[in-house]
Design a protein. Structure first.
Length: 96
């Protein structure tokens, strides 16, 4: 499995794909990530998102998710699925 992944990454790690990956990372950071909560009618401040905090404990996590309420937690799950995971793939392709 790891060998197949390594072969895939070597095959698609061209300069063209690196520029495309860098563009996608910029797009996600500058456009999609800030806009995603607003698509669902939420105003989530950046310091209230766990992804942007350097360190936190279980009480802070509980406090943040309580403040997000049900709709905010749903948006958080969607952002993980549709932003964080593709972002990770492009990030790996860029720096591999």
């Amino acid at each position: 499995m790891i060998i197949k992944l390594q072969q895939f990454l070597k095959r698609y790690s061209s300069k063209k794909n690196l520029f495309i990956g860098f563009g996608v990372i910029l797009l996600v950071n500058l456009v999609l990530f800030p806009m995603f909560p607003k698509l669902f009618g939420l105003e989530i401040l950046p310091n209230e998102i766990l992804d942007l905090k350097f360190g936190y404990n279980s009480l802070e996590v509980q406090h943040i998710f309580d403040n997000l309420q049900e709709k905010g937690r749903f948006v958080y799950q969607l952002s993980t699925l549709f932003i964080d995971i593709p972002y990770l793939i492009f990030f790996i392709m860029l720096y591999y």
